[in-house]
Design a protein around this ligand. Sequence first.
Ligand code: ASP
Ligand code: MG
Length: 404
Amino acid sequence: MGLIVQKFGGSSVRDKERIFNVAKIITDTYKAGNEVVVVVSAQGDTTDDLIAKACEINENASKREMDMLLSTGEQISISLLAMAIEKMGFPVVSLTGWQAGFLTRSNHGAARIRRIKGERVRRELDNNNIVVVAGFQGLNRFDDITTLGRGGSDTSAVALAAELRADRCQIYTDVDGVYTADPRIVKDAVKLDEISYDEMLELASLGAGVLHNRSVEMAKKYHVNIEVLSSLEQKPGTIVKEAVKVEKLLIKGVTKDENVARIALIGLPDTPGIAFKIFSLLASKKINVDIILQSIGRHNTKDISFTVPLSDKDAALALLHEKFDVVGAERIEADDNVVKVSIVGAGMQYNPGVASKMFEALYDANINIQMISTSEIKISVLIERKDADRAVVSIHDAFDFKDN
Ligand code: ASP
Ligand code: MG
């Protein structure tokens, strides 16, 4: 018995059948004597459809009006889900983000949660209601509706779990947990019983796509244990928590990120301040640089290459060409025929040989490495796009995931 926050993603409530499926999970939890707070996303592709609809009317619609529109998706799913629970004979109330007290910063489309005034939700729980809350939305200090950025309902759920000091925060999706690799690519990928916040953050930002990154950051900050599990099958999922008992697994996962491009600045002067100049320029336009490689200076020149998100490639190139004289390169090259493949695991910091094992797997598969970067719990390589899946499979094969 306790207070449980359950979050259901768009595919889990996509139609009538799925809504009743979810309603059954919720009411079973309630019947077992728990207080239940539910957070839902918009049904299926609703958010994409709404964006398309907006574009038909005005491609440059203001972010305020976009938020006004997009927030309706979640309002549909909370009311329909509440109606299903009502029909099953349970006390329920649905609340929009603002009714549930979500106060956010003012930036539309990517608003951060500032705080949650939890009184209304608590009052509804005291009245024995199941409370169904719209994810992904809040209200800013101008009393305008905001949304939290795509995939933001995970963050709504974790924030609410923190505010209510929930005993559990369950994120239901259409996969049954976090895997050591994408099961669509690696057929013997293994489901993890648990993973640490730091490892999950690396995997989320590397494109594993199971949890919204900010939800994991928030869970780490407020010590909320997240359980990722399937709404379609009843089996234990993966727990995301502080530290994992013993590091049984050296690495937790292999993942690829396709949203990447490489830019090279050839023939830069080999003098102090060049890197500062280039990267402060990119930072001023909020372009995130990831892997950086600088060649050894030769004949007073050097080369610097780096990766940026593919979606930022054009902006980065435009900026570098615009400031061509300031940058001082002989030429600028760009390549988007690349992907980043990474392994993540807290265990690697205490065990030598992890990197060489990864490189050996790539060598065995005859895959050339263009760039390498490492952190305490991650090793990434940049390789040619066509080799991505083969690389993931051969690296996964090289590590033993059986004893998870
Ligand atoms: N409905 C929103 C989206 O599709 C929020 C979410 O799904 O978490 O991005
Ligand atoms: Mg969605």
